[in-house]
Design a protein around this ligand. Structure first.
Ligand code: ZN
Length: 416
């Protein structure tokens, strides 16, 4: 559709700073939307009629944000939050659940999460048949080799090609101490058979058999030969001793080997994020390929999400403060995750014809204290706060209900 059309557009977003790394655009543009798709991008669409208009003056307009790592199988797992709290109500139009469902529990995930949410919900089901149902942190019971079934996983991917976009597995000391890389070898086979990426958790998680605890710096190198280009290693800026970078010394060789092999790095923010590691990596020019929140609750006692205080925009805000350039941050939350999902022709950019998913961020100025997972603290000067999202052409004002890290009164320093 050309911009000269005489029919009114459904919606025009006016005057925002559009940052769309997929098109290498960073500048002030108007965006026209019709029938749930991007219709036109133009420096000035003021002369065109539209059924509605929203002003984005002074705001940053990006393709709808994509969060590659959330946990949203609420009530079935011990840590699932409601999908829209991690999604549109946090400024995110597409979320990807990592490992909450498995081949035997995916039907419930489709019915009660994917179909019930406004947010677009995709999934990397767990490599085990059950997913992370209640008790999922008891690794040996749920994540052992007996609960992995190649045929079931291949069938699941074939049955749900729109929603199953990869598989979740774990490379950490607990599982290694129990069964080495046995589960990961099967995961790699499923990845090859389906052509889908693996998303690999790193950093100690499950109970460890001390007698067979692996050397902390051997864990990630043991996994790397099993991965293929396009697989994703999670928690790149974690300070866990058995994580990708570890705690001490220089950047380990495995980081360079992984990049050379085409393996991608994800933030997986939450409790795994360390400013110290982030600074070390950024100083070496090693940025995350994708930024995700790892949004989840802690519902082992009762269903209460009031302790959750991090978000995708919170991760983006911290990385901006640490010196990651804005266009790289936006790429890591739009076109990069869209490519991991094999959906780069549909989402992740504002190219005309693509789904009209847009996030409008307010860059709010003023000094704020923000913690990392180790309770280290930095002061940020610019917070990226979601003001509006557009989802397939529909305008939504995010409730920001679970965004205490960006909006909560406790973290605010005295206003300037
Ligand atoms: Zn997670």
């Amino acid at each position: 559709m050309s911009e000269q059309t005489s029919l009114p557009y459904d919606l025009i977003i006016e005057g925002g700073r559009m940052v769309d790394p997929a098109q290498e655009i960073d500048g002030v543009f108007d965006i026209a939307i019709t029938d749930g798709r991007i219709a036109a991008i133009c420096a000035d669409l003021g002369g065109h009629s539209a059924k509605s208009r929203i002003s984005a003056h002074g705001h940053i307009v990006t393709p709808g944000l994509i969060d590659l790592h959330v946990h949203v199988y609420e009530y079935v797992t011990n840590f699932g939050v409601w999908a829209d709290d991690a999604g549109v109500d946090a400024g995110v139009t597409t979320i990807v659940d990592q490992g909450s469902s498995g081949a035997w529990t995916f039907g419930g995930f489709m019915a009660h999460v994917v179909k019930a949410a406004r947010t677009q919900v995709l999934a990397f089901p767990s490599i085990n048949l059950l997913g992370a149902i209640k008790g999922g942190m008891e690794g040996p019971r749920l994540h052992n080799p007996d609960l992995v079934d190649v045929e079931e996983l291949v069938k699941l991917a074939a049955d749900h090609p729109q929603h199953v976009r990869g598989f979740k597995c774990h490379a950490e000391s607990g599982s290694m101490s129990h069964w080495g890389t046995d589960v990961l070898k099967v995961a790699a086979e499923v990845g090859r058979l389906t052509g889908l990426p693996l998303y690999v958790h790193t950093g100690e998680l499950f109970p460890v058999i001390e007698a067979t605890r692996p050397n902390t710096r051997d864990v990630v190198p043991a996994v790397l030969p099993l991965l293929k280009a396009g697989d994703v290693l999670a928690h790149i800026y974690s300070a866990m001793p058995d994580g990708i970078v570890g705690r001490e010394g220089d950047i380990p060789e495995v980081v360079h080997q992984a990049r050379a092999a085409g393996v991608l790095f994800d933030i997986g923010f939450g409790v795994n994020f360390s400013y110290r590691i982030a600074r070390k990596m950024i100083a070496a020019g090693i940025y995350p390929d994708t930024i995700s929140s790892d949004a989840h609750g802690d519902f082992n006692g009762y269903h209460d999400d009031s302790g959750m205080d991090y978000s995708l925009c919170g991760a983006m805000t911290r990385l901006l403060a640490l010196g990651m350039p804005l266009d790289r941050i936006i790429a890591a939350t739009t076109i990069r995750p869209a490519t991991v999902l094999g959906a780069q022709n549909r989402i992740g950019s504002l190219r005309p014809g693509m789904e009209a998913n847009v996030t409008i961020l307010e860059p709010r100025q003023g000094a704020w204290d923000m913690d990392d997972g180790q309770r280290d603290r930095i002061t940020v000067q610019t917070r990226l706060i979601p003001a509006k999202v557009v989802l397939k052409g529909e305008v939504i004002t995010p409730s920001c209900r679970l965004m205490r890290d960006l909006l909560g009164p406790d973290t605010a320093l005295a206003a300037e």
